[in-house]
Design a protein around this ligand. Structure first.
Ligand SMILES: Cc1cc2nc3c(=O)[nH]c(=O)nc-3n(C[C@H](O)[C@H](O)[C@H](O)COP(=O)(O)OP(=O)(O)OC[C@H]3O[C@@H](n4cnc5c(N)ncnc54)[C@H](O)[C@@H]3O)c2cc1C
Length: 438
């Protein structure tokens, strides 16, 4: 008999969950016959509770870590769903191939990337991860094995991409890789003084740069509100391949949980001020390795410990371009509340539609914010932001969420009832029970 344990957490470490864990050793095995509810669990890089199943069971997928085939003509990789993006990069970058799109950490599994239909800095060019997955296998608890693609079981294909692990277990998937010449990136960092300038740079960059994103100084107010640093870049061309390239290899580990007083409005504001002012000129152009370009946070393993044992909440939403003024209002509310966000990331999404029924990305502007949990005040602030986002017809990202009300979720995702038809009857999650009040 398996015991309940709290060994498996989400990245934000809130809420805590107690669940039984089972490992699926081989992709041809059936889903274990477990009496309570089941949820697949990849690398737990979701910030909130979409990867938790409090009181139920999780199936950990990391042992499904085999590469199955690779077609050098088409760039289509087929691998098991527990393979991580880091493992794909380690193997394929030296051979001249890169991921079609990647989130801000490479420590996520292929199954997790599909189930949250993750997006990256190139959403405006490549769409979501699911846009680049031609097919996958979905195993249901009744033993059925469904080959899912836009033409085979298309309704399960659409429900499973962005389906939060609820439609069954993805055992393997195909991913369309893209060719690159070298691991180095041409990168540019541009200081901008406010949101108007951000939108100007963003509009001028989307055609010319595959990757764009911005960091916003959340501690600034008044004239400086919404200032930040815009990052844009491309993989190097054949002509730009650098000679004698040094691959940076250093990673640090956050050795322990920091005490909760370490991150307060003064230290966070000081960090934001220093980060904004670290550039000695408005524009910096440099050649960098793909690791610091895509994954600056991965350089500090377990950086989530920085927020202490109480954990933290991430809040990410998207609003249409027409409603982008809400971003300014939200930054103002945060600044006035005195709860500065340590990391605020702003990006414009393109209009490539995701195949996922419940997928989060849509054309518009997205802002992601991190807040250390400081008790009721943190939750009240986020409820205020919920109301503002809803007023602007925006939506919150489930993969980052740990506290959205059922009312708000159902208003953001009215298609949830249609989606529910494809949920495996034995699958459930803490997130789903919360937002549907089942
Ligand atoms: C530093 C950092 C940066 C990030 N940046 C971004 C970003 O830029 N863009 C973005 O979109 N996200 C981002 N994320 C979130 C992250 O990409 C997603 O949460 C991702 O889905 C995590 O994958 P995982 O393997 O850890 O899955 P988990 O978190 O373990 O699970 C995620 C979901 O996938 C389901 N699942 C896992 N495996 C399977 C399977 N085999 N079959 C069916 N369902 C499965 C789970 O049930 C769960 O619902 C970031 C996270 C971190 C920590």
């Amino acid at each position: 008999m398996k015991l309940m344990s709290t060994n498996y957490q989400s990245w934000g470490r809130f809420p805590q969950a107690s669940q039984r864990d089972y490992q699926l050793q081989w992709r041809t095995l059936p889903i274990p016959d477990i009496s309570n509810t089941i949820l697949p669990y990849g690398l737990g890089r979701s910030y909130g509770d979409v990867c938790l199943n409090d009181g139920g069971s999780i199936i950990t997928t990391r042992s499904l870590d085999h590469f199955i085939s690779f077609d050098t003509d088409t760039g289509i990789l087929c691998c098991e769903a527990g393979v991580s993006l880091a493992e794909i990069l380690d193997l394929f970058v030296p051979k001249g191939w890169f991921l079609p799109t990647t989130p801000g950490t490479k420590f996520v599994t292929v199954g997790g990337a599909i189930a949250n239909d993750v997006h990256g800095k190139n959403h405006h060019k490549a769409g979501t991860f699911g846009c680049n997955v031609p097919q996958f296998e979905l195993v249901r608890s009744n033993g059925e094995r469904l080959l899912c693609s836009p033409t085979s079981n298309p309704e399960y294909y659409a429900a499973t991409i962005g389906g939060l692990g609820l439609t069954g277990l993805i055992t393997w998937a195909e991913i369309q890789l893209k060719p690159i010449h070298h691991r180095a990136m041409q990168s540019e960092l541009i200081q901008f003084s406010g949101l108007e300038e951000f939108f100007e740079i963003s509009a001028n960059s989307d055609q010319l740069y595959d990757y764009t994103v911005a960091w916003v100084d959340c501690g600034s107010q008044g004239e400086a509100l919404g200032r930040g640093i815009f990052f844009r870049g491309n993989h190097v061309t054949e002509e730009e391949i650098p000679a004698n390239w040094q691959v940076p290899s250093r990673t640090l580990t956050m050795p322990m949980d920091l005490p909760s007083f370490t991150l307060n409005k003064w230290t966070v504001s000081a960090f934001n001020w220093a980060y904004y002012n670290k550039q000695s000129s408005k524009v910096i152009k440099e050649l960098v390795d793909y690791n610091p370009f895509f994954y600056p946070l991965d350089a500090i393993l377990h950086w989530n410990r920085m927020y202490g044992k109480r954990g933290f909440l991430q809040y990410q939403f998207v609003v249409s371009y027409a409603d982008h003024r809400i971003i300014r209002d939200i930054l103002q509310v945060i600044a006035a509340s005195g709860s500065s966000s340590f990391l605020a990331v702003l990006k414009t999404f393109g209009d490539l539609k995701s195949p996922g029924m419940l997928s989060f990305p849509r054309p518009g502007v997205t802002l992601a914010l991190d807040f250390p949990i400081k008790g009721a005040a943190t939750f009240e602030l986020l409820e205020r932001l919920d109301a503002m986002v809803r007023e602007a017809d925006g939506v919150v990202y489930p993969c980052k969420d740990a506290r959205l009300s059922a009312r708000n979720f159902q208003a953001h995702y009215p298609q949830w009832t249609e989606f529910s038809k494809y949920i495996d009857p034995r699958f459930s999650s803490s997130f789903w029970r919360r937002v549907t009040r089942i």
